[in-house]
Design a binder for this molecule. Structure first.
Ligand SMILES: Cc1cc2nc3c(=O)[nH]c(=O)nc-3n(C[C@H](O)[C@H](O)[C@H](O)COP(=O)(O)OP(=O)(O)OC[C@H]3O[C@@H](n4cnc5c(N)ncnc54)[C@H](O)[C@@H]3O)c2cc1C
Length: 579
């Protein structure tokens, strides 16, 4: 059942209290309550996702954030690598968390990404060979909503059709679809990839995007994992419940225990009155890469230098809390095109969009039933371009950058001009060497922490994003585009490295993929090395585990919701095994 008021809580003690009904949190909630004897309470600061049209309609994904009731509405601090600009930093604040607010692209990373997690944590349980089983348990491939033949667009024999989250290929409805695919046979540099999920041990090349959607509707951790567990009497989910901090509750085996959770009614935006619940076994923090370090710091688990100015007593000296943040920089590269085959004219026309939404509402058809992206691709710098750098990729077959193709002006930060037709190739840096931070600057949980992804702060990062721009210019010069693309837009017209680097610094923002702010190291290592052990328990604490993307030691070289689901599936096994 889902509760809205603290007064509706019948009990104050549960076996597990999960903080955050997000992408990872709801996987844990589902798996732990498979045992009817296990009681679970999930506390979520945000609202319900039920009947929210922007959340449900795939093409409206980009309207779910920023500056909406579904978003935490964060802004990053000024970014020196981006000419000191700031930009919005969306995070889902509703049931399903960011899985209800994201753009639904679904992948699992490379085998090398997971093998690196295993190496860093000294735990082969995180290796690709072991993690693959969780893909089977997790995914449920369904037909695309137009029912087209998907031969060669995904490798069915590698996938599962029986898991929890529905994944499908897009409707092939864009003017540019044949041009993108034709380029993969015209230019050797950009081969075709028959399965872009990573499940075939190959992310390199360009192919059809797989998305978490089914029959014209978004699939999130709420519409899947929560929906299938919601009728269990041993699962309680409470929305509007803003967790203030964790309270220390004595010690277990010489470690400080943190089994009490204090929360407030999020709608009041004040910490009084404060409510308390207790976990008999564990508190599981799944508040995401911003929320989790914020709650740890507010609870006195962090770097003394961060806590001292706020007079927060240091209960666990854990200097890596909020450090090591990684994110994928995203750069929209926009081309002008001939004719009106792009979606720009439709999207500028409010009545056309209204009609399309009505069509979607009545039949789940039309372009609103599809994701905004039909194809994407992944590539590496060659050895010449890597000269002078230590390769930060997880291994020799993992990509350095991504290309995302959109049949309209798609810039999350700059709005479309009043006239013109456009094709966007966004590039994303997948292996950033810059590391940023999340740091509280108030003891009030309603005050957003300082979020500093530290974008494009290193030579490697600016070099690689500049090379990604040169690559997509080569892509756009393929014969397939000769009657369509008419030129580059704005600063994409630059030709020298310096001009393209300036273009990148001017337009880069985020693919919304923060990770690693409570990162995992081997269990034998002290809190000076990382925040959680390889079983995701917090170093130096008892009764406290973290299950969300903040624990990954490195950002995966893909869109990370798939890794979040895999991580949470394994975490559920670890929690059950230690109960
Ligand atoms: C706009 C956008 C587009 C994206 N596009 C894609 C994409 O196409 N493909 C992809 O793979 N990934 C995408 N991502 C990233 C992906 O969705 C996230 O990385 C992933 O869902 C994070 O999962 P998580 O469990 O770590 O955190 P979240 O899913 O963010 O869950 C955290 C939860 O904790 C709650 N919470 C936080 N603090 C508190 C508190 N104090 N008290 C109570 N509750 C709290 C939050 O409200 C939220 O529900 C996108 C993200 C965004 C925001």
């Amino acid at each position: 059942i889902t509760l809205t008021e603290p007064s509706q809580l019948s009990g104050k003690t549960y076996d597990y209290v999960i903080v955050g009904a997000g992408n990872a949190g709801l996987v844990i909630a589902n798996r732990l309550t498979e045992n009817p004897a296990t009681t679970v309470l999930v506390l979520e600061a945000g609202i319900s996702d039920q009947n929210q049209i922007p959340v449900m309609a795939p093409f409206l994904g980009p309207s779910v954030t920023p500056d909406t009731p579904y978003d935490w509405n964060y802004t990053v601090v000024a970014q020196p690598g981006l000419d000191n600009r700031t930009y919005p930093y969306p995070r889902g604040r509703l049931l399903g968390g960011s899985s209800s607010a994201n753009y639904m692209i679904h992948q699992y990373g490379t085998n090398e990404d997971w093998n690196r997690v295993a190496a860093v944590s000294s735990d082969q349980g995180w290796s690709w060979n072991n993690m693959k089983q969780y893909i089977k348990r997790h995914e449920k491939i369904v037909p695309p909503s137009d029912g087209h033949n998907t031969t060669d667009q995904l490798i069915p024999s590698l996938h599962s059709f029986t898991g929890e989250l529905q994944i499908s290929l897009p409707i092939g409805n864009q003017t540019t679809d044949p041009f993108v695919i034709a380029t993969t046979s015209q230019l050797k540099e950009f081969p075709y990839n028959e399965d872009t999920s990573g499940i075939n041990n190959n992310l390199l090349g360009i192919g059809w995007a797989q998305s978490s959607m089914d029959d014209g509707l978004r699939a999130s951790s709420s519409s899947s994992y929560l929906a299938s567990a919601n009728s269990r009497p041993n699962l309680t989910v409470m929305i509007n419940a803003m967790v203030i901090k964790l309270l220390s509750t004595g010690s277990t085996n010489g470690l400080k225990a943190f089994r009490n959770v204090q929360f407030a009614d999020a709608r009041t935006k004040t910490v009084t009155p404060a409510f308390q619940v207790q976990a008999r076994k564990e508190v599981i923090l799944s508040a995401g890469s911003v929320g989790t370090p914020q709650i740890l710091q507010l609870s006195g688990i962090g770097a003394p230098a961060d806590l001292a100015p706020l007079h927060i007593p240091v209960l666990i000296n854990s200097p890596q809390v909020g450090r090591n943040m990684q994110d994928h920089p995203l750069l929209p590269n926009i081309f002008t095109v001939s004719g009106n085959g792009s979606l720009d004219d439709t999207l500028r026309n409010a009545s056309a969009v209204g009609a399309a939404i009505s069509q979607w509402a009545s039949s789940k058809t039309g372009f609103i039933a599809n994701n905004v992206i039909n194809q994407l691709g992944f590539a590496r710098l060659n050895s010449t371009l890597l000269k002078g750098f230590t390769d930060p990729a997880a291994g020799p077959t993992s990509p350095h950058y991504e290309m995302i193709f959109a049949n309209f002006w798609l810039d999350p930060v700059v709005t479309v001009p009043a006239t013109g037709n456009f094709f966007t190739i966004l590039t994303a840096l997948l292996t950033p060497t810059s590391r940023g931070s999340v740091k509280i600057h108030s003891t009030n949980p309603f005050v957003a922490p300082l979020i500093d992804p530290n974008m494009l702060a290193t030579d490697f990062d600016i070099h690689t994003i500049t090379e990604s721009v040169k690559a997509i210019k080569r892509f756009a010069a393929a014969p397939a585009w000769s009657n369509y693309i008419t030129g580059a837009f704005g600063t994409l017209n630059g030709t020298t490295d310096a001009q393209l680097a300036a273009h990148a610094r001017l337009h880069t923002s985020t693919v919304f993929h923060p990770t690693s702010t409570a990162s995992m190291t081997a269990t034998s290592k002290s809190p000076s090395s990382g925040v959680v052990n390889s079983d995701l328990t917090v170093k130096g604490a008892a009764g406290l585990r973290i299950v969300d993307l903040s624990v990954l030691p490195f950002i995966p070289s893909c869109h990370p919701q798939g890794p979040a689901y895999m991580l949470a599936e394994r975490a559920a096994d670890l929690i059950k095994a230690s109960a």
